[in-house]
Design a binder for this molecule. Structure first.
Ligand code: HEC
Ligand code: HEC
Length: 424
């Protein structure tokens, strides 16, 4: 009897000991109030709204356009040397990035390739937001001498050769190919066309972008561990064991820092961990001779752009182009400011920042912890750049915890998803 009691007691002790070992800190770290849960819910994928309405692109949600766009996205024939497609730099198995600091195709680009995932939610595109729609964005790389290197006339020729039927069906054959043939069969550059000829070429050209945009809107994220953790909190926030299965103590501590003391969530917020705004966080200047003015230059480019929501090729009513109408055009805070990137899958999309200045997340976090103020060159900058962050003074352990948290934002890669590969 006595012996039995002793065994029982030992078992109880062992259990208690075990529990204290695993959950000694857990009592504190897995304790969430209803307010905490409601706050965290805003960051969960479940809170992602439906796709924003794209009144400037009539085929944005047409499945036939998405299927065509997918073929265009992976098609290397859409390049001057037949070797470059959008997927060369936005590789599905790298979460639609390319893993190098500055992208390389025909030449080396000035900036780092961001992911396409989540991009459709953004009001602005590129690091400097020099485009106001995904369809217009796609026209950039196609013409860029470092990327696909094509003249719009060449693009129309390629489309006529390989995709004429698809375009006729999708865009209900508004195009007069016979007349267009006369324009594009002569070897000359787009710049030499009359304005009427330019309009017919631009029509097909912008339709290429519109189909690609429809494809990009179909890509989505699968829930990450963080999303499952928030889901579990909503279901039962008292079950520490289930919560701990989803995120360990360091990850939870990192999450608390991210949302609180480290102030990350002031810019990286919402289900995609971005406010879509432009900030100068003092990432080192990549080229001191030719500084990157970021949003300051982006706004100027946007105002000159031939393919905005307000342009001839847009399907929108000008009243629907609110972003363009209320564009913030000036201000010191635009100088050297870049678009806050999403942090979903960030553990897999190194290197980081607009020119891939940091090779690892550790380097990024070291910068946030004791940032260097933005580079300022009186000759090149219109004014001294605004500085949007302050030193955090976190210790080594806290930095590790922040990094651990960022790793919980990875979605499983969807390579079995037919949208994540070149169509057959
Ligand atoms: C040579 C590599 C390369 C190719 C090819 C390329 N891109 Fe990109 N992509 C980039 C780089 C670099 C950026 C960032 C450029 C910048 O911000 O100035 C970018 C930015 C983007 C963005 C903006 C995302 C955001 O959140 O702002 C989208 C969308 C995109 N590319 C789609 C495409 C599409 C569609 C194609 C094919 C028509 C394409 N890219 C071809 C390298 C490439
Ligand atoms: C003031 C707004 C702001 C705050 C606060 C902020 N970020 Fe950022 N973050 C940005 C912007 C803007 C960029 C891109 C800057 C650039 O390229 O020059 C960025 C880039 C990043 C990147 C690189 C992502 C990529 O794909 O290149 C990571 C990682 C990151 N931030 C994590 C954090 C963490 C962690 C914190 C908190 C310690 C934080 N950020 C705080 C705005 C902010």
């Amino acid at each position: 009897m006595k012996k039995k009691f002793l065994i029982c007691f030992q078992l109880l002790l062992a259990l208690l000991f075990d529990t204290t070992q695993n959950f000694a800190l857990a009592k504190g770290s897995y304790h969430f109030t209803d307010t905490d849960v409601a706050f965290l819910k805003q960051f969960s994928l479940a809170s992602l709204p439906s796709m924003p309405i794209a009144s400037d692109n009539l085929v944005a949600d047409d499945p036939r356009a998405a299927a065509l766009g997918q073929r265009l996205f992976f098609d290397k024939r859409l390049s001057v040397n037949g070797k470059v497609s959008c997927a060369s730099c936005h590789q599905p198995h790298k979460y639609f990035t390319d893993g190098i600091a500055r992208s390389k195709a025909l030449g080396i680009t000035r900036r780092n390739a961001p992911t396409i995932l989540g991009a459709p939610y953004s009001p602005w595109f590129f690091w400097d937001g020099r485009k106001d729609s995904l369809w217009s964005q796609a026209l950039g790389p196609l013409q860029d001498a470092n990327e696909h290197g094509l003249d719009p006339i060449e693009i129309v020729r390629i489309i006529r050769k390989h995709y004429k039927k698809d375009f006729d069906i999708l865009f209900s054959n508004k195009v007069n190919w016979v007349r267009l043939k006369k324009v594009i069969d002569r070897p000359r550059r787009f710049g030499r066309l009359t304005s009427r000829q330019k309009t017919s070429v631009n029509q097909i050209f912008s339709q290429v972008g519109k189909a690609i945009m429809a494809y990009e809107r179909k890509l989505n994220f699968k829930p990450a561990r963080f999303d499952r953790f928030v889901e579990q909190l909503q279901r039962d926030k008292t079950n520490d064991r289930l919560l701990a299965d989803l995120m360990n103590e360091d990850e939870v501590a990192g999450m608390r820092l991210f949302m609180g003391r480290a102030n990350c969530a002031s810019c990286h917020n919402g289900p995609l961990f971005t406010n879509y705004e432009f900030h100068n966080i003092g990432a080192p200047e990549a080229d001191l001779e030719n500084v990157d003015l970021g949003r300051y230059a982006g706004v100027m480019l946007l105002q000159q752009d031939a393919f905005t929501c307000l342009s001839e090729q847009s399907d929108a009513d000008p009243d629907d182009c609110q972003e363009m109408r209320f564009l913030k055009k000036q201000g010191r805070e635009l100088v050297g400011a870049f678009k806050t990137p999403t942090l979903r899958n960030v553990a897999h999309t190194a290197p980081y920042m607009h020119a891939g200045q940091f090779a690892t997340l550790e380097a990024v976090l070291a910068h946030y912890n004791s940032p260097t103020p933005p580079y300022y060159d009186r000759e090149q900058h219109p004014s001294r750049p605004h500085f949007d962050i302050f030193p955090l003074k976190l210790d080594e352990m806290q930095i590790k915890q922040l990094s651990a948290f960022l790793h919980t934002l990875s979605s499983p890669i969807s390579l079995d998803d037919p949208l994540w590969k070149a169509p057959d």
